[in-house]
Design a protein around this ligand. Structure first.
Ligand code: GDP
Ligand code: MG
Length: 220
C-alpha cells in the first residue's frame, strides 16, 4: 500500500504465498490426472521404511498388463526409479538437489514430455522423510504415509501432523514385528489418537502380506 508520501510497502507472507502457489499448481496436476483417468498416489515416509519396495510389490501384484508410471523423488540418485523400472514399469526421476520434498510444480515439470494417455496409475515416491512432504499437495488422489517396525515406537507421536495430512497409513515390515518385539497395536493406538478413522494397513512389502487389501482400498 502507498502511504501519504507515495512510498509503497508490500508485506509478504512467505508461507501463504509459497503454499498458495503450490496449491494452484496441485490443482492443475489434479485436472491433468483426471483428464487422463489416472489414479495418482503420493507415497511418503522416512528413508528406509520400504516405500520403494512397497511400490515394487504393488507393481508386481497389479501385473504387467496395468499401465503404471512411477515418479521417484530423490535428492541425488536414480536408484529407486531403476529398481521399479526393473519390474517393467515406466519411470521418471526427479532429483530435488537440496529440497526435502516434492512439490506440485516439480511433478508438473517432470510430466511435461510424458504421454499421460499411456497410464492409468501413477505412483509418486516422495523424498524420504516424515516431515516436509506432508505439507505439499501434488494433485494426487491419495496421500499415503508408510511407517515401519524398524523406525522405533515413537514415529507417530513425534510426527502427528504428517499422519493428520495423510489419507491412509501403511505399517510396513510386519514380518519383522515379532523378532523386533515391536508393539504394532500400540502404534495403531497412537495413529487412532491423531485420527480415529484413518485407514491403516498392516503390510509386508517383502512377503506380500496385506498387499491385496491395500490395493483394494486404493481402488486399483
Ligand atoms: N523384512 C522386510 N524388509 C523390507 C520390507 N520392505 C522393505 N524392506 C527392506 O527395507 C530396506 C529399505 O527399503 P526401501 O524400499 O529402499 O525403503 P525406502 O527408503 O522407504 O524406499 C530395504 O533393504 C528393503 O529390502 C518388508 O516388508 N520386510
Ligand atoms: Mg526409496
Amino acid at each position: 500500500m502507498n502511504d501519504s508520501e507515495g512510498r509503497k510497502t508490500v508485506t509478504v507472507d512467505i508461507r501463504k504465498d509459497l503454499f498458495g502457489a503450490n496449491e494452484q499448481a496441485a490443482m492443475l496436476n489434479a485436472e491433468l490426472f483426471k483428464k487422463h483417468g489416472i489414479k495418482a498416489i503420493d507415497i511418503m515416509g522416512s528413508v528406509g521404511t520400504g516405500k520403494t519396495q512397497l511400490i515394487e510389490a504393488l507393481c508386481d501384484r497389479l501385473g504387467r498388463g496395468r499401465r503404471i508410471l512411477m515418479i521417484a523423488g530423490d535428492l541425488a540418485t536414480r536408484i529407486d526409479a531403476d529398481r521399479v523400472a526393473s519390474h517393467g514399469v515406466d519411470t521418471v526421476q526427479i532429483n530435488t538437489g537440496t529440497a526435502c520434498h516434492l512439490d506440485a510444480r516439480m511433478v508438473r515439470v517432470a510430466l511435461d514430455d510424458v504421454d499421460l494417455s499411456k497410464y492409468e496409475v501413477v505412483f509418486i515416491e516422495n523424498v524420504g522423510n516424515l516431515i516436509c512432504p506432508a505439507g505439499y499437495s501434488l494433485g494426487v488422489s491419495k496421500k499415503v504415509v508408510v511407517l515401519s517396525v524398524t523406525e522405533g515406537p515413537y514415529m507417530v507421536r513425534k510426527h502427528p501432523l504428517t499422519i493428520k495430512r495423510s489419507d491412509m497409513v501403511v505399517i510396513n515390515k510386519i514380518d519383522l514385528a515379532e523378532a523386533l518385539e515391536f508393539d504394532v497395536d500400540r502404534l495403531l493406538e497412537d495413529i487412532r489418537e491423531v485420527d480415529a478413522n484413518l485407514p491403516v494397513f498392516r503390510v509386508s512389502a517383502k512377503t506380500g502380506e496385506g498387499i491385496d487389501s491395500f490395493i483394494s482400498a486404493l481402488g486399483l
